[in-house]
Ligand binder design. Sequence first.
Ligand SMILES: O=C([O-])CC(=O)C(=O)O
Ligand code: NI
Length: 262
Amino acid sequence: MCIIYILGPRSRISLYRDLRPLLACSTRENCCTMTASTDPIVSALESFSTCDVSDALLKLNHPNGGFVAGPTLWSPERQAGDSKVVGPAYTVQYVPLSDTVSPKQASHYIDLIPAGAVVFISSPKTVNAVYGGLMSTRAQASGAVGTVVDGRVRDLQEHRALGFPVFARDVGTASPYEVARVSGINVPLQVRNEGQDITVNPGDYIIADLNGVVCLPVELAEQAIALIAPQVYADGRITEDIKGGMLFIEASKKHRAALKKA
Ligand SMILES: O=C([O-])CC(=O)C(=O)O
Ligand code: NI
C-alpha cells in the first residue's frame, strides 16, 4: 500500500505505463486478475459497492461522498446488477472544435491506455457522441476495465457484444468529429452536472456500478478503505435485526454506535 503514498497520481500512471508490457494480456478476466494483484487498493475496493465507498468518503467530509453525477451504466446491460468496475482513472479531455487555444495531441488517446485503467472521458456540451464501439474494442484490448463518459456514447450494441462496461450520460448516433477534438490526456477533468463542480484527477480511483460513478481521490484511498469494512459489517447486522423485527433506530444505534466517525 505504501506505493500510493510514495508516488503521486501522475507518477503512478507512468508506473502503470512501465508495467504495461508485463501486464499485457489477451482477455479481460486475465487483466482484471493481474491488475487486482498489482494494486492492493483496487483489490480492496473490488468487494464493495459504490455506496459503501461514498459512505466512507462522507465520513471523511469529502463532498457528495465522491459521487459523480451524470454517467450511468449502459453496457454490458442497462443497470445490470453484477456489473462493476474499479481502477485508476486514465483521463481524456474533449474540447469544442471552436477552441483553438487548447493543446492538440500527437497520439490517439485510445492507443495509450494502461492495463487496469478506467478510461474517463469529459465531453463538451454537445449532442454528438464522443465514444463508440471501436474505442471500446481498443480499450478492452489494452486491458482497460471500463469506460466512463461524461457525455454521450454510440454503437451501444458493440459495447454490449464486447461485454465491456460503459457508463455514460446518454446515448446518441453522431460521431464527435464535426464538433469536438481531444485536447488532453491524463489531465484533471472538471465534471459539472446538476450543480456539482468536481475534479477527476488522473490516477484517482473510479468505482462504478449500477448506482453510478464514484471518484475516490488517491490521497483518501487508504483512509476510506479502513472505514468501509466495519461499516459494511454493521449494515449487515442492522439488516438482520430489522428482519428480526427491530426498529431501524434501535438497530442502527446498536451497530453503528461503535463505528469510528473518521
Ligand atoms: O468511429 C469512431 O472513431 C467513433 C466511433 O464510432 C467508434 O469508436 O466506433
Ligand atoms: Ni463506431
